[in-house]
Design a protein. Structure first.
Length: 359
């Protein structure tokens, strides 16, 4: 259990930062957020944290090898969940959510972990063939395609790209030749350019975001996020203070780092990002102590997922990448994200606390 204590401590601090920022916004704001009055976000987030903590406790206690046996079930369950929103009414102009009995769930969040488990099992079963083109690259890429395609057409370009790079990074870290990945990325860029130039793939608002970014301009929400960072200065205005954050759409989810910048300053953002990279470095060091290929692949992939989401979120807030809807792990408001990240963290903790033998 001693190996897991630093992980739990860092995640607890990140969750606490998120709670402070959400509570601060909730108290200060009477504006509409996500179409609802915002003064119940804190309690809603607490409830989702409680669900996530329960699932994390459950996955901490369950032998991680059970997930190897259930990988195929997770795979097809996730595809089924991703298909469901296509037959449901749109929410906020897209089909990313499933609403049942007042609870809204985003299946792409579960898909991240289902795909990670499936790929980890595949790598475990084919560890001696990862240098080969077909078994080491093409086949696992095809395995990932249903997830990437269904998320892309929701449309959710940002999540599909995060998953695509997660796949590439995980395969490369376990032996896939870099040349295969590099050539595929080039091909994707060519196909993407062709599709966009012909009016395929992207919706109007996505094209507008891309053009705005390429022209060196910032959408209004990014400009306000940058303003919040500037007004926060080095040490910030203090918890609960600052008005710019109240004018930024999706401030407690996709742009929560802007709120952190205004309240905690540059020092606060550096501290939060440092915590993430410290967490990832601890996880990757633990990989060296694990000898089960599934376990090493899962922990490595989970670490890469955290890195990718942090970098994208930081890039969006600072205007260095186009606006996308990617949450900050363990910090942002978002039930699907916090629940699945905590549940998947429980699997990591089970691995590091119970040890493993080569399977």
């Amino acid at each position: 259990m001693s190996n897991a204590l630093p992980i739990l401590l860092i995640v607890s601090v990140l969750i606490s930062v998120g709670l402070i920022l959400i509570a601060s916004f909730d108290i200060a704001s009477q504006m509409n957020v996500f179409g609802n009055i915002s003064n119940n976000l804190f309690y809603s987030h607490l409830m989702k944290l409680a669900i996530g903590a329960f699932l994390m406790t459950l996955t901490m206690l369950i032998d991680y090898r059970l997930h190897i046996k259930l990988a195929q079930f997770y795979y097809f369950l996730s595809i089924g969940l991703l298909l469901m929103p296509l037959f449901l009414p749109e929410i906020n102009g897209s089909k990313r959510w499933i609403s049942l009995a007042g609870f809204t769930f985003q299946p792409s969040e579960f898909a991240k972990i289902a795909l990670l488990i499936s790929l980890s099992v595949y790598i475990c079963n084919n560890k001696d063939h990862m240098r080969e083109f077909y078994k080491g690259f093409l086949k696992p890429l095809f395995l990932s395609m249903p997830f990437l395609f269904l998320i892309l057409i929701e449309p959710d370009l940002s999540t599909s790209l995060v998953l695509l790079f997660l796949v590439f990074m995980l395969l490369f870290s376990h032996g896939t030749r870099g040349a295969y990945i590099f050539m595929t990325i080039l091909l994707i860029f060519v196909l993407f350019y062709f599709a966009v130039s012909k009016g395929f793939l992207l919706k109007d608002y996505q094209l507008w975001r891309l053009r705005t970014f390429l022209e060196g301009n910032h959408p209004d929400q990014v400009s306000k996020a940058i303003q919040a960072l500037r007004e926060g200065g080095l040490a910030g205005k203090g918890v609960g203070l600052g008005e710019v954050k109240l004018t930024i759409p999706a401030i407690v989810s996709d742009f929560i780092l802007a709120a952190a910048g205004e309240e905690f300053g540059t020092i606060g953002i550096i501290a939060v990002t440092t915590l993430f990279f410290l967490l990832v470095s601890i996880l990757l060091k633990l990989v060296e102590k694990v000898q089960d290929t599934f376990a090493t692949a899962y922990i490595t992939g989970f670490s890469f997922l955290i890195i990718l989401q942090v970098l994208v979120n930081l890039g969006v807030v600072t205007g260095t990448v186009p606006v996308t809807g990617v949450t900050l792990p363990f910090v942002s408001y978002g039930g699907s994200s916090i629940i699945t990240m905590l549940a998947s963290l429980g699997i990591v903790i089970n691995i590091v606390t119970h040890g493993s033998e080569e399977t």
